[in-house]
Design a protein around this ligand. Structure first.
Ligand SMILES: Nc1ncnc2c1ncn2[C@@H]1O[C@H](COP(=O)(O)OP(=O)(O)O)[C@@H](O)[C@H]1O
Ligand SMILES: O=C(OP(=O)(O)O)[C@H](O)COP(=O)(O)O
Length: 408
């Protein structure tokens, strides 16, 4: 794929319209600080310190949900991380927004209201249709350039993501740039040694999609989580069923055939857990070898210690390791052994490593590891999965198109 322009290519003293992804958990109306703020803060600080006039767009939640709130709190959290003032205007592209944009001086930063508060934003439409919307037609003429830093929303065809690149010279922000490079590495880079992929979590469909898309690129898949249990079931063990119907039955019936065929065709490429962990009668962690499971009578909440010991040398001998999904319910310390064991093994090596998925990457900070011990920790969920499976990200494609058209 040809590439997009970055902030290194942005001319001086621009009026820049920037799209971030500050979509965050909201508890009782309070926006929770998280890595999306600290990551985007770097792009914002760089733009402000370079003397640009900066207007930021972002979304929060979806209409009708509790998380659909104003971005007023986001401005304060972002300002704290970026070390620059971030003004807020409770308007997306009306008179108040335009007045605030026109009032920007060099180095000023303004956050516009939640983009999803305009009806023009959300419909999934062709970029050309979005570019013709009142939202894009009104805001675009106020700016010299558009910067998209919202990698984690790049799978959405919304106006703020795909409409503006048709109207303004467009650039990738620092988050967009690093996320894109790391998350497409598995599909686009050639590694000299073995490539390992750790797959787990609760979404079997995602896991299978990744395994099918990457079977040529990955030497070894190490399985865990709910998805791993379903693979064990396909291998003939009495797990991955019954106890928690919501997690298992539906996913099994939807994916049984694919799981069986992946396992049949790629048995040498797939390592399954050799033991599993559960909560015993005293509320303690118990472990059982999968060979000794005669009938599933309780939920398995983690892979066992022998499995971690099996996975460690594979990771140690890898040139690159990618992680998608947790190996257990790591939020409960008793069942964090698999996820933390694997992450620590990766952190101890010099291999190229990418950890993705909102939940799994949380385990890094939760258990005192440093993000610096990994090549990249993604802040994306859906976009990370799409990057791994080679599905195009519309907002990225528009950045590439903008660069190509301006070069022509
Ligand atoms: N055996 C299991 N049973 C229930 N939940 C599990 C199990 N293993 C992992 N999980 C859960 O999977 C979640 C992460 O899964 P998923 O959403 O697929 O990954 P991510 O958010 O990293 O993309 C974790 O929050 C963890 O609690
Ligand atoms: O948080 C996001 O995606 P993710 O949950 O896949 O990481 C993005 O902000 C996209 O939000 P959306 O899924 O409401 O379109």
């Amino acid at each position: 794929m040809s590439s997009f322009r970055t902030l290194d290519d942005l001319p001086a003293e621009q009026r820049v319209l920037v799209r971030l992804d500050l979509n965050s958990p909201v508890e009782d109306g309070v926006v929770q600080d998280n890595r999306r703020f600290s990551r985007h803060a770097e792009t914002v600080a760089e733009l402000a310190e370079s003397g640009h006039r900066v207007a930021l767009m972002a979304h929060q939640g979806r209409p009708g949900r509790d998380t659909f709130v104003s971005l007023e709190q986001h401005a304060d959290i972002l300002a704290e991380h970026a070390g620059v003032d971030v003004d807020f205007v409770a308007d997306t592209f009306g008179d108040d927004a335009l007045a605030a944009v026109r009032d920007l001086d060099a180095g000023d930063v303004l956050l516009l209201e939640n983009t999803r508060m305009t009806d023009d934003e959300l419909p999934e439409k062709a970029p050309e249709e979005h570019a013709a919307s009142d939202f894009v037609q009104t805001l675009a003429p106020e700016f010299d350039a558009y910067v998209n830093d919202a990698y984690s929303a790049a799978h959405r065809k919304h106006a703020s993501l795909v409409g503006f690149p048709l109207k303004l010279p467009s650039y990738a922000g620092r988050v967009m740039e690093t996320e894109y490079e790391a998350n497409t590495a598995i599909a686009e880079r050639e590694f000299d040694g073995d490539v390992t992929m750790v797959v787990g979590g609760t979404k079997a469909t995602d896991v299978i999609g990744v395994m099918e898309a990457l079977d040529e690129k990955v030497d070894q898949f190490l399985l865990g989580g709910v998805a791993g249990e379903l693979f064990l079931r396909a291998a003939g063990y009495p797990v991955g069923e019954d106890v928690d119907t919501e997690l298992f039955d539906e996913q099994w019936s939807a994916n049984e055939e694919t799981i069986r065929s992946v396992l049949e065709e790629r048995r040498d490429q797939v390592t399954l857990a050799s033991d599993l962990a559960y909560e015993d009668a005293d509320g303690e962690r118990g472990e059982v070898a999968v060979e000794d499971i005669v009938e599933k009578t309780q939920s398995f909440l983690d892979v066992g210690s022998d499995t971690v010991a099996d996975y460690e040398p594979v990771i140690r001998d890898s040139e690159a390791v990618f992680v998608k999904g947790a190996l257990g319910v790591f939020e409960d310390e008793r069942f964090s052994v698999g996820t933390v064991g694997v992450l620590e093994a990766i952190a101890d090596t010099d291999c190229f490593s990418v950890v993705g998925g909102g939940d799994t990457s949380r385990a890094i900070t939760m258990y005192g590891m440093s993000e610096d011990d990994f090549s990249h920790v993604s802040i994306a969920g859906g976009a990370y999965i799409r990057a791994l499976t080679g599905e195009p990200l519309p907002a990225v494609e528009l950045l590439v198109q903008s660069a190509a058209e301006d070069a022509a």
